[in-house]
Design a protein around this ligand. Structure first.
Ligand SMILES: O=C(CO)[C@H](O)[C@H](O)COP(=O)(O)O
Length: 322
């Protein structure tokens, strides 16, 4: 089998390697000529046998939509486009409809495994028509882990279902990472705990919370025991937000994933306007001291301006301060 792979970034580059190693001919295209096998999409399409199979591994959103648009102009009826990126499921439905206008088939495939997938294989979640998935099966087999085939692939449903499953996977990823990270902080802050990485190593085998993410946490601490080279600033690529949006749209409670998403937003604030306001309000109603914003003032100092405007601590009928 010979396929085209569009997008040779961290994921696409490694997937090309794994596919080739497992007997799939791959012609890769990327805007970066250093990694690209061909110079244009047109050249890529001309190289492939019919029906052509094109696997997209490009950023979700505008870039994916633009590539799908370009492909809709150069592909032929019966060709198959597989979106393997992290697209939102409703974008799949739109892109499938667009390609269907020219008889081009579409399926989506959520891919999990990160940069380790080249060696370990990828977990795959596909959405689309059964005959399209059957056509792509040799590619899917080459990507997923060799020994665990039954457990590392699902035909999750219609177009969009693969990415819906991957979106929920990533939402769970947010919650799991946040729980492990909070456990790490609690351990790190306790004076009677003298070996934080040791506790985590002891969790790696046999315990209820053993997992690959835990193994990666131990690895991160082995490389940088105090995490001194990492700032507490966390980006997000969209799937956590979409998971929370789905929870709201369907009235399904997802408090853990939502809190984990918001923790990332908080990580990007040097000083939170909301928490400044909470501090100011406590000061207003209860006369509670605020920590000075001015650098150099010791923690707990009440700034002069606040002292002037602070009301006396309120007292309720029982005589207790509010
Ligand atoms: O799909 C993934 C892992 O499963 C990607 O690494 C993804 O980019 C991670 O999401 P985020 O950037 O929102 O943390």
């Amino acid at each position: 089998m010979h396929i085209g792979l569009i997008g040779l970034g961290k994921m696409g580059f490694n997937m090309r390697e794994r596919l080739r190693r497992n007997g799939i001919d791959v012609t890769g295209f990327d805007r970066n000529p250093v990694v690209s096998d061909v110079m244009s999409l047109t050249e890529l399409v001309a190289e492939l046998p019919s029906p052509r199979i094109l696997w997209l591994m490009v950023p979700a959103g505008e870039v994916t939509d633009a590539v799908v648009h370009e492909l809709s102009e150069v592909l032929s009826p019966g060709d198959l486009v597989i979106d393997g990126g992290n697209s939102r499921y409703d974008a799949d439905i739109r892109n499938a409809e667009k390609l269907a206008l020219t008889g081009v088939r579409f399926m989506d495939c959520g891919v999990s495994g990160g940069v380790w997938g080249r060696e370990n294989g990828y977990g795959l979640m596909a959405g689309g028509a059964s005959e399209d998935i059957a056509l792509a099966m040799p590619v899917l087999d080459a990507l997923r882990p060799a020994g665990e085939r039954a457990r590392s692939f699902v035909h999750a449903g219609a177009v969009g279902a693969g990415h819906y499953a991957k979106m929920i996977h990533n939402g769970i990823e947010y919650g799991l990472m946040q729980a492990y990270a909070e456990g790490y902080e609690l351990l790190s802050g306790k004076d009677i705990i003298t070996d934080v990485p040791g506790v985590m190593r002891a969790w790696q085998d046999g315990t209820v919370i053993r997992s690959w993410l835990l193994d990666l946490m131990v690895k991160a601490l082995d490389q940088d025991p105090e995490l001194s080279r990492v700032a507490g600033y966390v980006e997000d690529s969209g799937e956590g937000r979409w998971t929370v949006e789905e929870a709201v749209a369907n009235g399904i409670p997802a408090p853990v994933i939502t809190a984990a998403l918001y923790a990332r937003f908080m990580s990007r604030q040097e000083d939170s306007p909301a928490m400044k306001m909470v501090a100011a309000l406590r000061n207003q109603f209860g006369g509670h001291s605020v920590r000075a914003a001015d650098e150099g003032l010791p923690p707990g100092t009440t700034p002069a301006a606040t002292q002037e405007t602070a009301v006396p601590p309120a007292v309720d009928e029982t005589g207790s301060p509010e």
